[in-house]
Design a protein around this ligand. Structure first.
Ligand code: ZN
Length: 336
């Protein structure tokens, strides 16, 4: 894919928006763009990443259950790294070059002197892959569809994060994986991984299982105590993928957002939420509510404790309403 320098000024173009750019703007619609709400961390532009050992020689770096804000610099995502006998495996790389550099430093501090042998990208959302630039591109792997999605939307999504996060993004370019994966198993550095090719949160969601520890890295197919995001969602397919995910033998699951899950809560919570979302928005369409009216509807009590639930619900109305309108009220051609 081509590389180009991004700057917030690229957003000032008066040219009509491309379809992919409109989609990217939908994805970020209602994210906090407040440039004035910086904390000490924001002013220092320091993520202060911490590694949490969630299983033997397996560390998670847990992001905040928030949206993209100046105050968090985009540190809202979970990434992970694993020590194998001969090197290190990384799962997702965060929202920016600055984050990727901080992640590399944290890995070197935690596991000194071992080479990074593999970086997996779970899907093409920018908080999961924009740290790729800090790693050797020749070891970054994902399904071909993820690579294609990054080629198609990576530039626009990067531009939008510049708009939302400003200086936190300085120097960040979208770097796609170079290794196209389709194997069911891969041995990396003396460790075996099972690989699953699912979809529904996006058109390609890559799930990785460490066969030694039984830890499953679900990417954004699963969220825990944080409202799921839906800019590229197909709810029916997502539901099926969650059933598949449930049947994968696991010791614990690291969701894309929220704490690591030892009790099997994340899959059920995500399924419950997306099913409610689909039902609620379908009902709104059937009743003839406008999108603005649908956005104001109450959120069930059982979801009110999820991080950023109102913001994500409103965004999901924007994402899902048009296709559900088409589905429930198809255009009828009248021949005259
Ligand atoms: Zn995602």
């Amino acid at each position: 894919m081509s590389r180009r320098l991004h700057s917030p000024t690229t957003r000032l173009s008066a040219a009509p928006l491309s379809r992919s750019r409109r989609k990217a703007l939908q994805w970020f619609a209602l994210g906090c763009g407040c440039a004035m709400c910086g904390s000490v961390n924001a002013r220092l532009l320091d993520f202060d990443l911490q590694a949490v050992e969630i299983a033997s020689k397996t560390w998670a770096v847990l992001g905040r259950s928030e949206g993209f804000e100046q105050d968090n610099g985009g540190n809202i995502v979970n990434v992970a790294f694993i020590e194998a006998p001969d090197g290190v495996i990384v799962i997702d790389t965060g929202p920016s070059k600055r984050y990727g550099d901080a992640l590399r430093q944290l890995i070197e501090k935690t596991i000194p002197g071992k080479p990074i042998l593999r970086v997996y990208n779970t899907h093409h959302h920018p908080d999961h892959f924009l740290g790729n630039q800090s790693f050797d591109a020749s070891v970054i792997a994902a399904p071909q569809k993820v690579i294609d999605n990054i080629a198609l939307e990576g530039n626009d999504m990067t531009d939008n994060l510049y708009r939302l996060l400003g200086d936190w993004m300085r120097g960040t370019l979208p770097v796609a994986p170079t290794l196209s994966m389709d194997a069911d198993k891969e041995n990396v550095g003396g460790k075996q991984f099972s690989l699953y090719y699912l979809s529904g949160h996006t058109s390609s969601d890559f799930v990785i299982r460490d066969d030694d520890t039984g830890v499953v890295f679900s990417g954004d197919l699963a969220f825990l105590y944080r409202a799921p995001t839906t800019p590229h969602a197909d709810i029916a397919v997502w539901h099926q993928s969650l059933d598949t995910l449930k049947n994968i033998d696991k010791s614990l699951l690291l969701p894309g957002h929220g704490p690591h899950d030892k009790k099997g809560e994340a899959i059920e919570q995500t399924k419950d939420y997306i099913d409610w979302l689909h039902g609620s928005i379908s009902e709104s369409v059937s009743q003839g509510l406008t999108m603005n009216e649908a956005m104001l509807l109450p959120i069930p009590k059982r979801f009110q404790g999820l991080g950023v639930v109102r913001d994500e619900y409103v965004r999901s109305v924007v994402h899902l309403y048009p296709s559900l309108e088409d589905e429930l009220f198809p255009v009828i051609e009248i021949n005259q």
